[in-house]
Design a protein around this ligand. Structure first.
Ligand code: AHG
Ligand code: MN
Ligand code: MN
Ligand code: MN
Length: 292
């Protein structure tokens, strides 16, 4: 089922606005769920992650709220094998709880969302909006649409604009590399060691918080292809496409090792991808090192 859509049509814009506002309004319920549903479930998700009760609860809440929007045609989630369809025209993909392994130590976590005009998307170029929420000391939300990234503070479901144009700072200062030095490929390791000498380590185990460090201080976040796992760990439609859309809308670059992540055409709903995001020159250096 794929329906092309002139994403500039007024009702598409209205639907995008409703998706963003619905996610903003939902965050207080998700915060409550996170801090009450602290157990483990006995299930795993389609990419083999153990599912916490909070993963499942957050997913239920977002599915119910987002499918209640007339213009939303489907809900896809990192936690679900299949897409839930409805009538409507735009397709939402959600990572309901990103960094859920940070729940027990009460470190940063978040939600990532992507709004596509097609299901299945032919690439990240079908995105009309993307964003993430961080359930941190305060709840914040970054939204990328129409080539601009805006940051909001969320209080009682209200969005308060705090930055009308988020851009990746010119001078990079931080890096965060997932996977661990012992599992990096021979191609990635040398450039990773160089960058480690030049920049300050910022790695907290939740992509939303680590990418927000890059958007705040400049630098690079990578979860690279690994010796044992050439496709890397992160999911293309739930983490790669939306985060690439955000970072590129903020003036940065993205790559899967072979060009922009937004050009990556998904084979399957839960496909993984190597992921490099941040300042142009750092992404160029990494890409020339890892390009096969
Ligand atoms: P999720 O909690 O949605 O499964 O995502 C976790 C991801 C991402 O947020 C983070 O960058 C990465 O996993 C951390 O992986 P490691 O625990 O292997 O460092
Ligand atoms: Mn997970
Ligand atoms: Mn995630
Ligand atoms: Mn998740």
């Amino acid at each position: 089922m794929s329906e092309s859509l002139d994403a500039s049509a007024p009702n598409a814009d209205a639907t995008v606005a409703q998706v963003i506002d619905t996610i903003a309004e939902t965050t207080s319920d998700v915060r409550t769920a996170i801090f009450t549903e602290r157990g483990h479930s006995d299930s795993v998700n389609p990419t083999g992650d153990e599912q916490l009760a909070a993963d499942l609860r957050a997913d239920e809440i977002f599915e119910q709220r987002l499918l209640a929007i007339d213009g939303v045609a489907s809900y896809a989630s990192e936690e679900r094998e299949d897409v839930t369809t409805a009538t409507g025209r735009l397709h939402v993909a959600v990572d309901p709880l990103d960094g859920s392994s940070n729940l027990e130590p009460n470190s940063g976590m978040g939600t990532i969302f992507a709004v596509y005009t097609e299901r299945p998307p032919t690439s990240g170029r079908n995105l009309v909006a993307a964003g993430f929420v961080i359930y941190g000391p305060v709840t914040s939300m970054l939204v990328a649409r129409d080539d601009r990234v805006r940051e909001y503070l969320l209080e009682d479901g209200e969005k308060r604009l705090v930055d009308n144009e988020v851009t990746v700072p010119e001078d990079p200062t931080v890096f965060g590399f997932g996977g661990g030095v012992d599992s990096w490929t021979d191609e990635f390791e040398p450039v990773a060691e160089e960058i480690r000498e030049e920049l300050k380590l910022r790695y907290g185990g939740a992509m939303v918080a680590d990418i927000n460090q890059v958007l705040t201080y400049g630098g690079v976040f990578a979860y690279p292809a690994l010796e044992s796992r050439p496709e890397g760990k992160l999911r293309l439609q739930f983490e790669g496409h939306p985060m690439a859309y955000i970072v590129e809308s903020a003036g940065g670059s993205s790559s899967n090792g072979d060009g922009s992540l937004l050009s990556a055409e998904p084979d399957g709903l839960h496909e993984r991808t190597p992921l490099y995001l941040g300042n142009d020159e750092l992404i160029d250096r990494i890409e020339s090192a890892v390009e096969r």
